[in-house]
Design a protein around this ligand. Sequence first.
Ligand code: ATP
Length: 234
Amino acid sequence: MTPAIEVQQLSKRYGALTALDDIDLKIEQGEFFALLGSNGAGKTTLISILAGLIKPTSGTARVMGYDVQSQYQQTRQRLGVVPQELVYDPFFNVREMLVMQSGYFGIKHNDVWIDEILFRLDLANKAHVNLRALSGGMKRRVLIAQALVHKPPVIILDEPTAGVDVDLRQSLWQFVQQLNQDGHTVVLTTHYLEEAEALCRRVAMLKQGRVVVLDSIENLVRTIRDYTLLLRLS
Ligand code: ATP
């Protein structure tokens, strides 16, 4: 089967700084995959390349078999990205924003699907609320909603639960688990090992632009626990 995401020898340099350093990574369709790494590890850079927002210095990135550089229209139709921050027109309400987002993808009549997304994200009663009047938690839900308007098979979430309270974190976890069960490939970036452990089967750990671990989450957690125990004993 065609991988959902495949990057080969991917690098991104900003002058002397190497944000991504010769990365190879393959994520299969249907996986729930985590990209772990501390600040500046290169997670957002990788997502931005996959989303076609920035160009790699070298290497290739593919989404569902299509090359992000030369087949951008095909890749953008197949990828939904949930960024860290909501960029919005403050005069739009939630529904208007989703209609506008549908328009970006050339979808004219999306009302039934928009209603379904709003319902599933517990936003139905906020459909006509102005975006600037939403709480931070509601804005997070809108971020996810707008990534789903074109029904992409692959969804990438960039630190979806950073800075959210425990209740919202639990409900966002349930939502993305359901997306994965519905057949979407889900990739999330996170600083939290416990988040990856709760949700994902496989994980890549980035450090200074390199993939330093690519393994099952069980193996990673076991290795870290063994290492921590060893440190305590020594
Ligand atoms: P965080 O968890 O803080 O979001 P990250 O893993 O997403 O971090 P990136 O945002 O991908 O990390 O950044 C990787 C490196 O590239 C960092 O050193 C960052 O400062 C640098 N970088 C990112 N964008 C640019 C840019 N436009 N110009 C110069 N350097 C950049």
